[in-house]
Design a protein. Structure first.
Length: 44
């Protein structure tokens, strides 16, 4: 693939990289909430 400029490449690369990172951080936040819920239930 040929890009017309560095900016095009970095923009596309950034989008490709950010999507999985966003998905992973969403999963991580969700699992933290689940853990807190389990802790509350366990101590309740």
């Amino acid at each position: 693939m040929k890009f017309s400029s560095e900016a095009d490449f970095s923009e596309i690369f950034g989008q490709i990289v950010q999507r999985p990172i966003g998905a992973i951080s969403n999963l991580h936040n969700q699992s933290k909430k689940d853990v807190q819920l389990l802790m509350l239930i366990g101590h309740g």
